[in-house]
Design a protein around this ligand. Structure first.
Ligand code: KG4
Ligand code: ZN
Length: 338
């Protein structure tokens, strides 16, 4: 069984083919980061147009690289949401048309579910129920994953996402987009104790996050300081510490409350080294197995969509051939209800 996975929810065109024994046969990724960087952030219309340009050549490329013909594809999975509506429509229209022309099943996939499930591709020992921390540019979620398509949200951000907090801090200090990797790089030469930043919502009970207060504190700190490279490094280190500490405190609470023994960390921010180290330490302390998908599967990619498609096909879930429209906003707890 060969499953073609298509990801176009934001600024990455990702295509992959999953073959026998859950192996990723080939994958290709085109990042639009350079294009959006000129504008300091993602321009949705430009994103859609670029997906239109890149999708067909990338699909042809993965077929050729895998020595496969279109007729060898048995199902197509695509990201149906959440994300930018125009970008999602490009992938959805392409995937549905191609599947229709081949008479094969099509599977609309929730982007965050794909981030969450792909850990099972690399770690077959990962069993439901498990705890998942999803931290990306658009989401900060703590989840109890009970089965394929069955998720309970334990906590989420009430305002900005963790990745957004990194991106906005970087922008404030004149660092390029996306800000997370830039802040992480600058932080290496910085002294985090030079600034005192809050760990929002950690002194109240609960598992929700808030990063907008931190953003304000960072802005005030920046405005009150001399704008030197050392200040950039120090504020980067302090911001990274504040975001990482806040996340780790909430994860510890979630693990205590749920007594789950496996934790998956996924999404773009999961590539942050400090976050990985701190969560690994927490895992050791709590006897929890902490699993990180490899960096190529943490950021957006087609393989995670192909794999999520495989899970839904195997589970014979309602996702298979579901006629839904794309959903720019799509709660993970309401997957295939309508
Ligand atoms: O999952 P992703 O690739 O796209 C979304 O679905 O949002 O996540 C992108 C986010 C951006 O906010 C980016 O700044 C952040 O992940 N990110 C990082 C790192 N690498 C990417 N944040 C902190 N440290 C990193 N090393
Ligand atoms: Zn993502």
């Amino acid at each position: 069984m060969n499953i073609l996975g298509i990801e176009t929810s934001c600024d990455e065109t990702g295509v992959a083919i999953m073959g026998k024994n859950r192996s990723i046969v080939t994958q290709a990724l085109h990042s639009q980061i350079e294009m959006h960087r000129l504008h300091g952030g993602i321009v949705p219309e430009l994103a859609s147009r670029d997906h239109v340009k890149k999708l067909l050549p990338l699909v042809q490329h993965v077929l050729d690289a895998g020595n496969l013909a279109l007729a060898d594809i048995d199902a197509i999975a695509f990201t149906a949401g959440p994300g930018l509506i125009g970008a999602l429509l490009v992938g959805a229209t392409f995937a549905r048309s191609l599947a229709y022309s081949q008479g094969i099943p099509v599977i609309p996939i929730h982007h965050m579910e794909a981030h969450l499930l792909v850990a099972r591709l690399e770690y077959p020992q990962l069993q439901f129920p498990f705890c998942s921390l999803l931290v990306s540019g658009g989401h900060t979620l703590l989840i109890r994953a009970k089965g394929v398509g069955d998720y309970e949200i334990l906590g989420q951000t009430v305002d900005d996402a963790a990745g957004e907090a990194f991106d906005k801090t970087a922008r404030l200090m004149g660092l390029p987009y996306p800000g997370g990797p830039e802040i992480a790089k600058k932080a290496v030469g910085g002294d985090a104790s030079a600034f005192h930043l809050p760990r929002p919502m950690t002194n109240k009970p609960g598992l929700d996050f808030s990063f907008s207060g931190l953003k304000t504190a960072v802005r005030l700190a920046w405005e009150g300081a001399e704008h030197t490279e050392q200040t950039r490094a120090d504020l980067s280190a302090a911001t990274q510490d504040a975001i990482v500490d806040t996340i780790v405190i909430k994860v510890e609470r979630a693990l205590k409350a749920t007594q789950l023994t496996q934790l998956v960390v996924a999404g773009g921010v999961a590539s942050n080294r400090q976050l990985r180290q701190q969560l690994a330490k927490l895992g050791d302390r709590m006897s929890v197995e902490v699993l990180f998908p490899s960096p190529e599967y943490c950021t957006d990619n087609g393989a995670m969509v192909a794999y999520a498609g495989f899970e839904h096909l195997s589970a014979k879930s309602a996702a298979v051939n579901h006629p839904m429209d794309v959903r720019p906003r799509w709660p993970l707890t309401q997957l295939y209800t309508t």
